[in-house]
Ligand binder design. Sequence first.
Ligand SMILES: [Ca+2]
Ligand SMILES: [Ca+2]
Ligand SMILES: [Ca+2]
Ligand SMILES: [Ca+2]
Length: 299
Amino acid sequence: MLVRFRLLVLTLILGFTLSNCNDGDVIVTSFDFDDSTLENCGEAGGYVFFKINSGETESISLRLATTDELFMGSEIREVVLDGSSNFVNYRIFDGSVSSAYFCNEIPPSTPGISIEYLGSAGIARLTTITGFDDDDAIPFVDSEDDLLEGTGDLDKDGIPNFYDEDDDGDNVPTVNEIGGDPENPRDTDDDGIPDYLDPDDDGDLVLTRYEANGTLDPLSHNTSETDTPNYLNSAISESVMIDEFRSHSYDFSSDITLIINNLILVNGEEQITFETFDMGNIDEILMGTITDTPAFPED
Ligand SMILES: [Ca+2]
Ligand SMILES: [Ca+2]
Ligand SMILES: [Ca+2]
Ligand SMILES: [Ca+2]
């Protein structure tokens, strides 16, 4: 057994094709997933990650029953493989296998499984990185400064500037305050603070937010004879207090990497062990748009 185990491991390390006798049938395994793409199915409560080898006759798959939402946030999650709810399968099939095999609720009856190893020990380590973007045309700056498009939060609405589509919280979206040129953004009152960072854009001492007749849309409120809305017209300073934010939208996109540490695959008396098995990565595994109305700060 020991010799056989060593032979198996050595063969795997060298990447050679292995002939494995099983009740008289000759089964050829390669255990080569280096050129295979990591794929996934399912959702919280029943995730499946899998790779199919280039010959489409072998697979390695990981099932995770965790109810955590794995694809949001930027963090590392570890799940201990227990063999029942969280486990790895290495399978050799008697025919061609496709992703449908893993993604159908009821697995197809073909291809059949010739050999199966169960990985009931190990730790799946999933790293998720979620990026956010407000599409406001101001480029990201890696800074905590409240006046830069980074992790600062100028209007204290809980949304960092880099994905806050209304950076100064005046209820006029940043994209409408730039004036067409992000390199040289508009500064209506010439106070040195560009409009998208200025809560009183025309410098009439009435907040832009209050120049909307009590609505959440200063852009549309104009009581003058001109085309200029009140919030950009310093000659008009009617004020109706409104301390609420308009609804905000931002895009998100998540990438994951998956490795399995201390993986032990078992088939009867045979074992395949890996200190670290790299399952690979999936970019843009989850993308979407979040729409939310941020709470107005207390003071
Ligand atoms: Ca903010
Ligand atoms: Ca922004
Ligand atoms: Ca402004
Ligand atoms: Ca005004």
